[in-house]
Design a protein around this ligand. Sequence first.
Ligand SMILES: [Ca+2]
Length: 492
Amino acid sequence: MNRHFTSDFKTLLLNLDVRNVSRTAGAGVAASLFLGSGCAALADNSEAQKPNILFILADDLGWSDVGFNGASYYETPYIDRLASQGMQFREAYASAPICTPTRASVMSGKNPARLKITNAALPEQFIPKDRKLLEGLTHQHLPLEEKTVAQWLKENGYATGHIGKWHLGGEGFLPTEQGFDSNVGGSHWGQPASYFFPYNQNQKTKHIAKGMFPNLDGGAEGEYLTDRIANEAIRFLEQQHEKPFFLNLNFYQVHYPHQAKAEKIAKYEGKTPDRDNTKPVYAAMIESLDENIGKIMQRLDELGLTENTLVIFTSDNGGCFNNTPLKGKKGQLYEGGIREPLVFRWPGKIRPGTVCDVPVISCDFLPTFLAVTGQASSEDLDIDGCDLTPLLYGTDHHSLDREVLYWHFPHYNMWMSHIEPASAVRQGDWKLIYFWERDSYELYNLAKDMGEKDNLAERLPEKANDLKTLLHQWLEETKAERPSLNPDYVAK
Ligand SMILES: [Ca+2]
């Protein structure tokens, strides 16, 4: 890929587009960073040097939980700085409204429906059996037959590290079985027992969960998990000398249990809410995530790795609380359940302060990473994702060779009653959601109504029918696992 760098760089300069330049305060500083150190990167970037990839995935962080998407009660200055130094995607999606399927999609480049991994890995007793529908079947782990992005990159000479939440299977299916050289803290568990050391011990019941945090031994009493995960990431960065690296850094933050440092909680208890956000513990968790990302970016700089490292920041599903101005939350296919903050930063390659409105989705990471590392073109792969480099490099900011996105979530949830089986399709500005239990559709125009307040399904039956046809054809093609009528259902 590097041999194209010079022409890409020229194209970027020629394509400077005022409409796409963020008006955030950091944009001017970021632009000078681009023109200054970015040029240095051009000179230093030898033909043989492959870029490092640092993929940072937050857990359950909503689209509107970050400053660059309008949050003011929550404070994310370091994540916002990252956004101002790179390209932010305003219409980025998770492949699923819940943890495991999105992570499986990141690893494999495939839609969860095709993987038949559509729900969080859960023991059988936690799957509701008393509802009108029986859920579609879902695998409990990412099958070893799936070729992960780590396996692809390892074949290409990369050092591959996983740190933090995995949630794609336990023994036999851990990161080290799926292409990673090392695994710190990743297991089948989807959350810590405690954010304060000892992390595998429930603070109330004192129950200890064995095998929760492989290779994350020791720690000081009261040490905070997010600080520790960041320290492990820094240690990984410091050890990289020989090979280019791919670090899959998956924070547990801001997933339940909601626990934060007392001094940070106190700060938010006294702060004026915005968008009805009034959860100081959650705000404090976001601040800890943010400051640790700042810490990692600083160390990356000190190690001289910034110029040759593609950094990505995103989340795996929508927020659990209030995602205003979006509707819905984690577990739902409304925008609040699936739209994510997303930033790509790569000085000299990606123009800083840019905003992209093209819809993108979790399964796009794998083909994009393969493209930036010069390994394979997406045409050769049996995947659902698209290579995003035309957007990132500025050769085309406004379109992608893809018209339609799909979601399939045939599940309830024992703890969250708002969650019901649903599937959805987005084509252009139009989005249709199908609710399996009610056998009903909702149609929205996201360009005019990103909050999904005005259901147009009855007023625009032709448009609704077009999208219904697309959705059901896709469910057939992917052999998606459908919900079925529950013969034992008793209406309450
Ligand atoms: Ca999650």
